[in-house]
Design a protein around this ligand. Structure first.
Ligand SMILES: *Cc1c(COP(=O)(O)O)cnc(C)c1O
Ligand SMILES: [Zn+2]
Length: 422
């Protein structure tokens, strides 16, 4: 029996049983938090029960998830999560930080962070025997849903703006989803998806709207917790000290705000279980042209005013964030901050990360661009250990990548021609 107790509305606090609601709060359309029975979990599990498992995918954390793992194994769905963390010493030196790491979510099966959400939503779809799963997407959520659905033979329908990068559209089609390119923005696709869901009885994965997306995304927080134990210990050993480091600062880019609220949920679970003390500081990075949540943070407001989004980072190009309130809280309650960056700095960040062997799409590189700003503005200081999350692969948007570097020269195939160029 799962310790999935139900839902709690993030706006009015109303609680619902698992069978009572499916998406948002019927009263006020607030995002629903999945409620776990922490007392029961505490009685049944110790951290060691998880840390000793041989499975390094997100299913490692099965006891803390509100779904069962779909049957079968060794499919892409079963391989989501478990992404590597790299130490970026040369970039740390350049920014005058003691320690800087990057968690590379481009290593997920469909090459973005969204696989975590889609794996868990598809698991839920199997449980409730949904015939068809649908999502709106700027590209990655759809690619992840299409890939995870294909892996277990689930039907999927995707609505993406027709401006989505071609590589992402190719993924949708290759995975065999039914794809509709919407003549409009991501927000238009989002609203159409909800209408279609109501009309046809499909199961809707829309980011934030579906409470299980954050539950999938929270698994990255569990991985960070596990990794930090080890990294922290090694660091102390090297430094020859016992304790006294500042808390970890985590940088992640923000569009709808579901990744950052998922991370927050994961850390809150661990604190509630008594498995973690303190909480990493969460830093949300938005493009200047798509900064609805950052604007509310700067204005100390609780209401999020939509913007007319304009950024080259398509994955975080959002007029009206669908998980804005929880995304604001994630940062406020963890003593972090919101940072905005112009597109030019995103392009520079793609090049900087490339030089240390990480190929990020614009929204992935945005997190690093935010760190560069935060250091410059004194929001982060030398002794703060920092983890940047690269949320998606550079192969997903080659056109943007080419804007971040100089094109290669073409030469005649002769040594003389080469000598002239050198
Ligand atoms: C979706 C996405 C984000 C932003 O996540 P939100 O939950 O919308 O805030 C960032 N980077 C990439 C690559 C994404 O696909
Ligand atoms: Zn409510």
């Amino acid at each position: 029996m799962k310790d999935f107790a139900g839902y709690r509305c993030s706006v009015c606090g109303q609680e619902y049983s698992p069978s009572e609601v499916t998406y948002t709060c019927p009263r006020d359309e607030g995002n629903l938090d999945v409620v776990l029975d922490y007392d029961s979990l505490k009685k049944k599990f110790q951290p060691e029960d998880i840390l000793s498992r041989r499975d390094f995918s997100l299913w490692r954390y099965l006891p803390l998830l509100p779904v069962e793992e779909p049957s079968g194994s060794a499919t892409p769905l079963h391989a989501a999560g478990g992404t590597p963390v790299y130490l970026l010493q040369s970039l740390a030196d350049r920014l005058k930080l003691e320690r800087l790491w990057l968690k590379d979510e481009s290593r997920n099966p469909t090459a973005s962070f969204k696989d975590r959400a889609s794996a868990v939503v598809v698991a839920r779809a199997r449980e409730i025997q949904a015939d068809t799963v649908v999502t709106a997407s700027t590209g990655n959520a759809g690619a992840a849903l299409a890939g995870m659905a294909a892996a277990v033979g689930q039907k999927a329908v995707i609505f993406a703006p027709k401006t989505a990068p071609p590589a992402k559209v190719a993924q949708l089609l290759v995975f065999g989803a039914k794809v509709y390119l919407v003549n409009g923005t991501y927000d238009d696709a989002f609203d159409l998806t909800i209408q279609a869901t109501k009309e046809f009885g499909w199961y809707c994965r829309n980011t934030g709207y579906n409470p299980f997306t954050a539950e999938g995304k929270k698994t990255a927080a569990y991985e960070i917790w596990e990794w930090w134990h080890t990294a922290h210990r090694e660091w102390h050993k090297e430094a020859g000290e016992e304790s006294g480091h500042a808390p970890l600062s985590v940088f992640v880019s923000v569009g709808d705000g579901n990744i950052i609220s998922g991370l927050h949920k994961g850390f809150k679970d661990l604190v509630a279980l008594g498995w973690m003390t303190g909480m990493p500081r969460l830093f949300g990075v938005q493009a200047e042209g798509s900064a609805a949540i950052a604007n509310a943070f700067q204005a100390k407001a609780d209401k999020i005013t939509p913007v007319k989004a304009d950024t080259l980072a398509d994955s975080i190009s959002v007029d009206q964030p669908r998980d804005g309130l929880r995304a604001l809280r994630a940062v406020r309650e963890s003593s972090g901050s919101y940072i905005t960056i112009p597109d030019q700095e995103i392009l520079e960040a793609i090049a900087d990360l490339g030089r240390v062997g990480v190929f990020a799409e614009p929204a992935g590189a945005a997190a690093y661009a935010g760190l560069v700003r935060a250091v410059r503005q004194g929001i982060v200081s030398e002794g703060d250990p920092v983890l940047v999350i690269n949320t998606g692969s550079g192969l997903k948007d080659v056109k943007a990548a080419m804007r971040s570097i100089n094109e290669a020269p073409v030469i005649e195939p002769s040594l003389a021609a080469l000598k002239k160029m050198l």
